[in-house]
Ligand binder design. Structure first.
Ligand SMILES: [Zn+2]
Ligand SMILES: [Zn+2]
Length: 348
């Protein structure tokens, strides 16, 4: 159904919590670049933060969208690894490619790194041009909507790698957002023994149990038994608040490992004396470019279940409705996907 002359349609973030559709010529595909026909877009909390002006990334007008999957449409000169029709997901992180961090495979540590959809135009577009090296081939078993979650999962898997999980470790995830629900599954896959989740939303805690959590605690439930102090080998703070961090430090055993993953968005107070006296290891983690191939394998093998998190789907024309719904923060809305199927394409 390829129409080489089709124009590009996009949604742009235009100002404080505002967005608008726009039509434009499609971008040229330069040497080393690939044009992707976007087929699914994950809506992320980061999109909402950017739109509200609380994140200092790019400036409007800007198409957002960094959780992306689609089909290769055109390839630029010198690109031998991709051909039209390949099903792909997009690693949105780009960097200089030449510095010490980039050459070591850590482009996320490059001082010039940035992300499509955060700093540069992202995937709220029908057609998006990206460097060929930013694409990963999708096995047939992995659908486009699921594949949008490779971006989030790769951040989570990078964190899990740093924790060096041992079989039987007692582990707790603090925070019941999408990353928390992925961390529960990855801890189990990595061999942790009892895995607990601490959160504040029953619907999500129930889902955590379905996805493998052995125990959950709802902090809002006055009858809930509080998690025991000094009991966990591993804690992942996927919430990133002063309260979640204090709780994480409290429930860790002496010598425990704490993965700091959630972002507080501001300086917060930490009881460092306890960190020292308990000899805790604190590990910060963001991206992990080298784990992408394993994430794709993990999705294909069903080691991480994504579909139960994909609770709501909208069409590309309804992007503004999808964002408004995401902003309403309904407990049941875990991951919202904007899906672009063949029928929509033919009718536009
Ligand atoms: Zn995201
Ligand atoms: Zn670099």
């Amino acid at each position: 159904m390829t129409n080489a002359n089709a124009r590009n349609q996009m949604w742009e973030w235009t100002g404080f919590n505002a967005m608008a559709p726009r039509e434009a010529e499609r971008a040229d595909v330069g040497p080393g670049q690939v044009e992707v026909r976007i087929r699914a877009i994950g809506i992320c909390g980061t999109d909402l933060h950017i739109m509200s002006g609380h994140a200092e990334f790019g400036k409007p007008p800007l198409p957002l969208g960094h959780e992306l999957a689609g089909v290769v449409e055109r390839v630029g000169a010198g690109v031998a690894s991709w051909r039209a029709g390949d099903r792909v997901c997009v690693d949105p992180l780009t960097a200089c490619g030449a510095c010490e961090a980039c050459l070591a495979g850590n482009k996320h540590r490059c001082l010039d790194s940035g992300e499509f959809g955060l700093h540069y135009p992202g995937g709220w577009q029908r057609f998006m041009v990206v460097p060929a090296a930013n694409l990963y081939l999708l096995p047939d078993a992995v659908g486009f909507a699921e594949a949008t979650q490779a971006e989030t999962l790769h951040c989570c898997l990078g964190g899990i790698d740093k924790l060096d999980v041992r079989i039987g470790d007692q582990a707790t995830v603090v925070g019941d957002g999408p990353t928390g629900l992925y961390f529960v599954q990855l801890l189990k896959a990595a061999g942790a023994g009892k895995v607990r989740m601490i959160g504040m939303r029953d619907y999500r805690l129930r889902l955590a149990r379905e996805l493998g959590a052995d125990e959950t605690t709802n902090l809002r439930d006055p009858d809930a038994i509080p998690p025991a102090s000094n009991a966990q080998d591993i804690v992942i703070d996927a919430a990133g608040t002063e309260t979640s961090l204090a709780q994480s430090i409290d429930i860790l055993k002496i010598g425990g490992r704490l993965l700091l993953f959630g972002l507080a968005g501001k300086p917060i107070t930490v009881d460092m004396q306890t960190v020292v006296l308990k000899e805790l290891s604190l590990l910060g983690s963001t991206n992990a470019p080298h784990v992408w191939p394993r994430v794709i394998q993990m999705l294909a093998a069903g080691q991480a279940r994504v579909k139960p998190l994909l609770t709501h789907t909208y069409t590309f024309g309804e992007m503004d409705k999808a964002i408004a719904f995401a902003r309403s923060q309904t407990d049941e809305a875990i991951k919202i996907i904007v899906s672009i199927d063949d029928n929509q394409e033919e009718s536009q």
